[in-house]
Design a protein around this ligand. Sequence first.
Ligand code: F6R
Length: 336
Amino acid sequence: MKFGDINKEDMQSMANGFPLMLGAVQPSESSLDAALDISRERKGGLCLIGMGGSAIAGELCKGLLNDSSPHPIICVKDYSLPHFVDSNWVVIAVSYSGNTEETISAFKHAQQRKCEIFTITSGGNLQELADPNTRTLLPGGFQPRAALPLILSVELLLLETMIGRTRTDLAPISKKLRLIAESWPVGVTPPDKLAKEMQGTIPLFMASGHLEAVAYRAKCQINENSKIASFHSVIPEANHNEIESLGWFNSMGVLPIFIRSEHENPRVSARFNATSEIYEDEGAKPIHLWHPKRTKIEELLIHTFYLDLVSVELANLTGADSVSVERIARLKRTLS
Ligand code: F6R
């Protein structure tokens, strides 16, 4: 399968095409030059704006880069920017369609505050409003959520350049993703089998550290692709509140799915295991997902790719139309 073979009308094809989309686009040269200039300046911070499928790449990048970024990285999914985002901040505005009103509004706020703005879009109003020198255009026609690997390929490289880090070569990771999906390793439940285990449950994805946004992405993909209620939470915070509702969760058929990492803090590992035990004592059958012997970024991308596939398999099982997002579209029409 080649990039051009991905069927934009078919979520299974788009989900299978995740590895092909990864690294298929690069930031525009002029935006990379501008990002390099930023790495030589003292900036207030990096503010990533976008909604839904266009926001998630920023959340994933933040999880990966927070450990090494000299600048604060914040994600804004709203109409306006926090007060402290001033002319010394850099904004990356992402809207795949280019027409999302919250993103356009936050973009205009950033313009008013004279922030340096980069844009990532496939067209629409944002393409018109953006400075062509700091704009990267993506191939169009995908569902925004399916375009995640394209958005991430641009946003990650821009951010890495801005914070003075070596840019990740996504080509070998893309290859690893392709190979792993051809034959899932021993210990990894194939996506269709996991989807069967999840059928009839309310999945609750839990993660920690750099994988936090993977849990959020999985929840959103189950909502949008499989049309099923799903939730996410974060360890350790969930141990201080959510854990008290386990009895109710179990009676409602909530299925805890722990997104694990070999890089997790040992105290976090202890918490995952202890939380799992408490769930089991309440009668639940928690699932732990691992993709061992990987770097942090590989682990994050494999988990994301894998859970995207699971969301489509679940839609196949329930007969949901995994492409259409009629309610999102209706809301956008109503408000436009
Ligand atoms: C639809 C999807 C949505 C959109 C969101 C914002 O596939 O994933 O979550 O991403 O409605 O629209 P865009 O991404 O065009 O700014």
